[in-house]
Design a protein around this ligand. Structure first.
Ligand code: PLP
Ligand code: SF4
Length: 438
């Protein structure tokens, strides 16, 4: 495969100071900011990100630098100051943990109430499963609770800083299979994490093999949500078990399932290296599909040119653009968030410039408690300026597809900033009984 064989090497706090580029290119202030913010939000980079993705002559504006290295403004002034002072005064460890966890709890660690969606099997809670939308079950293997590097905007960050007692993780594939068998409307199983592609193939196989051996009639699609193509493409090329992983993909497909890699890419620079291009080819050669998704984030990808280039490049490489998400209401949201109205404009400007093969993409979408809500447009009806919205996914399947309206709100960044249009007291979905887990 690639001549460029790489051994994975990761850095976080405090050893990131050993990264040669950090010493050469970052100021004392930037290093202090990494130490401070990195004490609260997860921080990890690796040698591929540092050596092949980040343009160190473009610091701090480089999008991949913003994606992976903590920035001072990611914390509020008040939070930043208290952590910074604690570090300077060598606060004792116990007090420090208390201070930091207190701040973490103020950053809305449980956005979108993921905990509500844990299903039961014979009265036993299946803590590694999330079943929110009828046809798709999310599976959080206990061995995939990390990633090859961390995104500074990650909405799953509480899992990486040990804030949660329940980390949405599960070892038992048998229970999962039983659950899917009992719930005939489930067609899709989505492996998620962290990143399931952090697992050695031999470990990942332990989760997959029971599924391949016990044909579950209603299960059709196996999806793997991963950022490995963006953060460590060598996973599919030159890692010790890369060939084995590729063979496993082939086995999944030979067993009659559709295999779709839900690839997380945030910027076209992630699509340009020789390694990622080879890895994409290799995955596609197994018969698997690659669909792509990303949130829209200030400082990383907040222009229509970036999205246009990203979708074009993805289609050219054989990938299918799938979702553009809005920044979730957690962690460093206030740093990254883009208003619904700006995101819509960026989405539409990019969408209008690409061909039909890239118009498979849906956006901008909020993955909210009630469902996935797409902002379709800004309209004016009876002299009232409105957002037209719709559910792409919903707790109640009957909500999916139908347009609904909110008052236009220029500063809104999330669903809860919106109020119903036409003088209505509430949105239709607020009146209805919440969909119960089946
Ligand atoms: C996004 C998401 C899915 C998958 O939705 P698709 O539109 O089918 O890709 C499934 N479950 C949850 C909880 C999700 O957020
Ligand atoms: S790859 Fe996904 S889970 Fe991992 S840090 Fe980034 S956003 Fe979070």
């Amino acid at each position: 495969m690639s001549n460029n064989i790489r051994k994975y090497k990761a850095w976080s706090l405090p050893n990131f100071l050993k990264i040669p580029q950090v010493k050469t290119y970052l100021s004392e202030g930037e290093i202090k900011a990494i130490k401070t913010v990195g004490s609260v939000l997860p921080f990890k980079v690796n040698n591929y990100v540092v050596e092949e993705l980040i343009d160190w002559n473009n610091i701090p504006n480089d999008p991949i630098f913003q994606l992976t290295f903590p920035q001072k403004e990611m914390l509020s002034e008040k939070h930043y100051r208290s952590v910074s002072e604690a570090i300077d005064s060598n606060m004792n460890k116990r007090e420090m943990v208390e201070l930091i966890n207190g701040i973490r709890r103020e950053l809305n660690p449980h956005s979108s109430s993921q905990i509500e969606n844990i299903p039961f099997l014979d009265g036993v809670p299946l803590t590694g499963i999330q079943h929110k939308y009828k046809e798709t079950v999310l599976f959080f293997p206990s061995n995939s609770q990390t990633c090859h590097a961390y995104c500074t905007f990650c909405f799953r960050w509480p899992q990486f800083v040990n804030l949660d007692a329940v980390k949405f993780a599960m070892k038992e594939t048998d229970l999962l299979i039983k659950y899917i068998e009992n719930n005939k409307e489930v067609t899709d199983l989505l492996f998620t994490g962290g990143d399931p592609m952090i697992m050695k193939t031999s470990i990942f196989k332990r989760y997959l093999e029971p599924i391949l051996n016990n044909k579950v009639g209603n299960l059709q699609n196996i999806r793997i949500g991963t950022k490995a193509l963006g953060y460590w493409p060598y996973k599919f090329l030159t890692d010790d078990d890369a060939d084995e992983m590729i063979a496993l993909f082939e086995e999944i497909i030979a067993s009659g399932y559709n295999l779709t890699i839900m690839a997380h890419f945030n910027h076209p620079n992630e699509l340009k290296t020789e390694a990622v291009r080879k890895a994409i080819k290799r995955i596609l050669s197994t018969g698997a599909q690659i669909r792509t998704q990303s949130p829209i984030m200030k400082y990383i990808n907040d222009s229509s040119e970036i999205w246009e280039e990203m979708w074009r490049e993805q289609v050219k490489l054989g990938c299918i653009p799938y979702y553009m998400f809005l920044a979730r209401d957690t962690g460093a949201q206030s740093y990254f968030a883009i208003t619904l109205s700006d995101a819509l404009e960026i989405y539409q400007n990019a969408y209008r410039k690409v061909g039909g093969l890239a118009r498979t993409v849906k956006g901008p979408v909020m993955s909210a408690n009630q469902g996935k809500v797409q902002v379709l447009g800004v309209n004016e009806i009876n002299n009232e300026k409105l957002f037209t919205l719709r559910f792409n996914q919903a707790r109640n399947p009957n909500w999916v597809g139908a347009p609904f309206f909110s008052k236009y709100n220029e500063g809104a960044v999330w669903l809860n900033d919106l109020t119903p249009a036409f003088g209505a007291e509430s949105f239709f979905f607020e009146k209805e009984q919440l969909f119960q887990n089946i």
